[in-house]
Design a protein around this ligand. Structure first.
Ligand code: SDX
Length: 429
């Protein structure tokens, strides 16, 4: 007999099924709650509400566990490449050698963008934020592929997924080049995914750009660590937009917008700006931590806290270690890393942070590595999006292919005025 939950409302009891996941997580299935009781549930911010079942990523916030398709993030970080992880997330298994070669070849052959698309850049102001530009350009890709973006057509899904993963680095690099007034550098089919991006970002026509394998390796690691994170804000946005059967370019463009927020992926840029302001303000780390605790200030310690991780973010641990390695290998002494480490130390001993289980998250150290790799601060969240793209796509594909997919449409509890007439309302104007 499967477990059930009993809800008692007034003198009536209602039995609801319990759903159990493969890792023992349990949920009360309220699919029939309103039909049975006339009641809905209310859960602002969805702290206690599951939007779907998913077989892609498993997190355990208490134990600091993160696995993609069952494989621990630590092992993927150690052994895999970003394009292999993208395949794993999207198709549910690691590619064999032949599949990986074919996958990489397909991605390589779709890195170029329509020449007309480059004209869109002329309309953006030089200092336009690249997240605005990326969301606009990704949505505009749908105008070039109107013959192949039907979400219910498997071939259209396949080619659109490849085009997105292949073209995102090209669009990101083009946005950067346009912002600094340099000519765009075209993708090179002889380069792997990360090296190609670095070349498009930092090469100039006037001389050959030498790709440092250490930098390419560090970029691979960062993209792997950002590749998916179950039903976070931007992924939930991609699912919701995709559930209306809007095309994948529209869904991903909305995910980019959601990621931009400083409470979400925009935090990596905020962290760097926070560390720089600490360095320049002469304020002590202790003073900054006090400011973050002050309820009268909206200031929060960027890169700290997490909706799910209430112990530590396994990605932050890996990135912190990589920070030391990358800076040492590149011979960079970055005082901001020292400030970050001191900030972490002070905060983790402070009762306010301990009580609220606030630990460094993925964004706390990532900006320091991006900076060491030469990526400009306002491109950090674009990098987060490059990493998260296969995760968004995998979650979108899982939803579109699920037989019981419905358009997402949450309910509400209305708290506005009860019925009144126009005349009465006019009198109160
Ligand atoms: C990402 O969901 C994901 O998986 C996201 C992500 C992914 O991979 O997709 O992991 C990526 O978005 C990481 C988070 C990046 N954001 C930041 O670093 C911004 C700073 N952090 C916070 O704003 C906050 O911690 C959130 C948004 C991350 C989580 O917010 P919650 O779960 O809604 O927690 P909360 O805002 O309700 O905070 C609980 C308490 C509050 O204090 P009280 O009202 O209980 O007194 O903790 C406080 C908050 O004020 N708090 C902080 C804080 N974060 C929370 N106080 C100071 N500094 C902070 N960073």
């Amino acid at each position: 007999m499967s477990e059930t939950a009993i809800i008692k409302i007034g003198d009536k009891s209602y039995e609801l099924p319990i759903v159990e996941g493969s890792e023992g997580e349990k949920a009360i299935d309220i699919t029939k709650l309103r039909a049975q009781t006339g009641y809905i549930t209310l859960d602002s911010g969805y702290l206690n509400t599951g939007a779907c079942t998913s077989a892609i990523t498993f997190l355990d916030g208490e134990k600091g566990i993160l696995r993609y398709r069952g494989i621990p993030i630590e092992q993927l970080a150690e052994n895999s490449t970003f394009t292999e992880v993208a395949y794993l997330l999207i198709y549910g298994k690691l590619p064999n050698d032949a599949e990986l070669v074919d996958w990489n070849n397909q991605l390589t052959r779709h890195t170029m963008v329509h020449e007309d698309l480059k004209r869109l850049f002329t309309g953006f102001p030089k200092d336009g934020h690249p997240m605005a530009i990326l969301s606009c350009l990704v949505a505009s890709l749908s105008t070039y592929y109107q013959d192949s973006y039907d979400p219910e057509n498997p071939e259209h899904r396949q080619i659109s997924m490849i085009r997105l993963i292949a073209k995102y680095p090209t669009l990101a690099a083009f946005a950067y080049k346009k912002s600094i007034g340099q000519p765009t550098i075209h993708p090179m089919n002889s380069l792997d995914y990360c090296s190609n991006f670095l070349n498009m970002m930092f090469a100039v026509p006037a001389e050959e750009y030498k790709i440092d394998p250490e930098i390419s390796k560090a970029l691979n690691l960062l993209l792997i660590l950002h590749a998916d994170h179950e039903q976070n804000c931007s992924t939930s946005t991609v699912r919701l937009v995709g559930s209306s059967l809007a095309n994948i370019y529209a869904a991903i463009s909305s995910g980019i917008c959601a990621l931009w927020g400083p409470r979400h992926g925009g935090a990596n840029q905020e962290v760097l700006e926070m560390l720089i302001s600490i360095q320049q303000s002469g304020l002590s780390v202790k003073q900054i931590v006090e400011k973050a605790k002050d309820k009268n200030s909206s200031f929060r310690l960027s890169g700290f806290g997490h909706r799910v991780y209430k112990n530590f973010d396994p990605r932050a641990k890996i990135i912190k270690k990589a920070c030391d390695n990358v800076l040492t290998r590149l011979g960079i002494q970055d005082p901001l890393l020292d400030i970050a480490k001191e900030l972490e130390e002070v905060a983790l001993k402070d009762q306010y942070f301990v009580d609220r289980k606030l630990y460094p998250n993925v964004d706390f150290y990532s900006g320091i590595i991006y900076r060491a790799l030469g990526i400009p601060t306002n491109m950090f969240t674009v990098m987060f999006g490059m990493g998260r793209l296969p995760g968004w796509i995998a979650q979108w594909k899982e939803m579109i292919e699920s037989p019981d997919m419905k358009i997402g449409r949450p309910r509400q509890i209305y708290t506005g005025p009860t019925e009144t007439s126009y005349a009465d309302a006019k009198k109160k104007a």
